[in-house]
Write a protein that binds this ligand. Structure first.
Ligand code: B12
Ligand code: SF4
Length: 426
């Protein structure tokens, strides 16, 4: 049996600059699952010029991609179905998990709305042996005389870690291309599933049925020891859900005498509350924290249900600086922003000396309550525009002015030594 594993990508403004290039870790996980059951598979990813192998007819094709690639996944499914009519087309990944119904197409056979790779393994085995098995977490299509009929399956929520160790062959072949801005040779690591927080604009809290499974730091560090990367980007939505996590992480790294450099997501409230741990975390290898500040006023943060205090942010930024932990600060601007709001954000960035930041436009993500509540106000339903860099909601300022100011705010980035290092490679 042969399976193609395809990451469906579309060009966005973000990808044009490629500030971050990393491996499609989800496919490396699925590849490992297939290796374990003796199924041959090929990762297809145009970011790495990995094309479908010639002269091989696949039995199944997995398509995965983020929200912006929704239409492209459906288009790819159609063309693969026409090219390989006997191959089963499987759609999965985070966007599919929160919006399974949007993939109930005539050209897709299975829609995986579970994060479980065990369910995926069962599905592949059932395709291999042509058995009709109903698998929780996977909807399936049946051809009927009058067309197709979709059968929904009950959700499958993971309650414990699955211990999948991703296949790192793609990483080994392309590690020279992988980078998080100026930080090169970066490997992704995933430890936890889901997020314990509930910010209103974010879809991560919906993953795995809202059930958060914390990381196992022993297993994570075992994995890191075997990868020859200069940096590890732990892509868990929050690196630590509390103090105990951070203490355990530090203890394990120290016990193993691991010399690693780590990039991870920390919340501002964590940094402030556990500031005494920052120097220990820096010694354990934390070199960069990605912090979702989102806004600089508390009324916006309250609307986002962020549960952080904007008045603490300057302190959080200086704590990171003091402990030599690089920062990527994430901000979001609302459609009702006036010139004054943009100016305040710019002043905040300048005053606090933030070197690296991203500013996104508030974008309702399909599947979230925010999307449902704002559905009627959306200016477009083109998924490619939902890349956080296009206004998809009516702006208070004239649209051209809003876009112009939005991009002007980003100009300060060219002053950053880190960005220059990334651009010049020196
Ligand atoms: C790192 C990252 C990136 C990396 C790419 C990483 C990659 N793997 O390729 C970069 C920086 C390039 C990136 C870009 C973007 N990203 Co991003 N990214 C992430 C982040 C932080 C981690 C993703 C990751 O690698 N996880 C590790 C893997 C192993 O975990 P996983 O994907 O959950 O996969 C597991 C399971 O879900 C399951 N699974 C996954 N796929 C499949 C398929 C099948 C068939 C099955 C059965 C199971 C299965 O198996 C895996 C093993 O556990 C997530 C946050 C998150 N919580 O997902 C956002 C996230 C995925 N990104 C998001 C977005 C919006 C984007 C951008 C559109 C942003 C932009 N401004 O342009 C672009 C898209 C670029 C493009 N053209 O497609 C959104 C997606 C929302 C959505 N509904 O799709 C997320 C959820 C962030 C958020 N909170 O909004 N991103
Ligand atoms: S924004 Fe961050 S903390 Fe909030 S729900 Fe999303 S991943 Fe979790």
């Amino acid at each position: 049996m042969v399976v193609f594993l395809k990451k469906v990508r579309v060009k966005t403004i973000f990808t044009a600059f490629d500030p971050v290039v990393v491996e499609p870790l989800e496919l490396c996980c699925l590849k490992s699952v297939l290796n374990n059951i003796g199924v041959e598979s090929y990762i297809i990813d145009n970011l790495f010029n990995l094309e479908p192998p010639q002269n091989i007819v696949p039995d199944a094709i997995v398509l995965t991609g983020y929200n912006v690639a929704e239409n492209q996944i459906l288009t790819d499914a159609k063309s693969y179905k026409q090219k390989f009519p006997h191959a089963k087309i499987i759609a999965g990944g985070v966007h599919v998990q929160v919006n399974p119904n949007d993939f109930h197409s005539d050209f897709i056979d299975y829609v995986c709305h579970t994060t479980s790779t065990t369910a995926f393994s069962e599905l592949i085995k059932s395709i291999k042996h042509s058995t009709e098995t109903r698998i929780d977490g996977i909807d399936f299509r049946k051809g009927t005389a009058s067309g197709s009929e979709w059968h929904k399956s009950p959700p499958k929520t993971l309650v414990e870690r699955e211990n999948v160790i991703p296949d790192r062959n793609l990483f080994r072949s392309f590690s020279h291309k992988l980078h998080y801005m100026e930080k090169r040779n970066v490997a992704l690591i995933k430890g936890s599933t889901g997020c314990p927080y509930g910010c209103s604009y974010c879809c991560c809290k919906l993953l795995n049925g809202g059930n958060y499974i914390p990381a196992d730091y022993e297993a994570m560090t075992d994995e890191m020891e075997k990868i020859s990367a200069d940096y590890f980007w732990i892509v868990d939505d929050v690196l630590f859900s509390g103090r105990a996590d951070a203490l355990q992480f530090i203890e394990i790294i120290n016990k193993k005498r691991l010399k690693v450099k780590i990039i991870g997501y920390l919340r501002a409230d964590f940094i402030l509350k556990h500031s005494d741990l920052l120097s220990l975390l820096r010694s354990a290898g934390l070199v960069e924290a990605i912090v979702g500040f989102e806004a600089t006023t508390n009324h916006e943060l309250d609307d986002y249900e962020k549960n952080t205090n904007a008045l603490d942010y300057p302190k959080v930024i200086s704590l990171l600086k003091k402990n030599r932990i690089d920062l990527t600060a994430l901000f979001m601007v609302r459609p009702d922003y006036k010139i004054r709001d943009f100016t305040n954000l710019y002043k905040f960035i300048k005053k606090t000396g933030i070197e690296v930041y991203t500013v996104s436009m508030l974008t309702p993500l399909k599947g979230t309550a925010l999307y449902e509540s704002m559905k009627d106000e959306l200016l477009t339903d083109d998924p490619r525009k939902f890349d956080f860099l296009h206004p998809v909601l009516k702006t208070s300022l004239p649209k051209w002015m809003y876009i112009l100011i939005f991009y002007v705010i980003q100009l300060r980035l060219v002053k950053s030594g880190r960005i220059r290092k990334y651009l010049t490679g020196k």
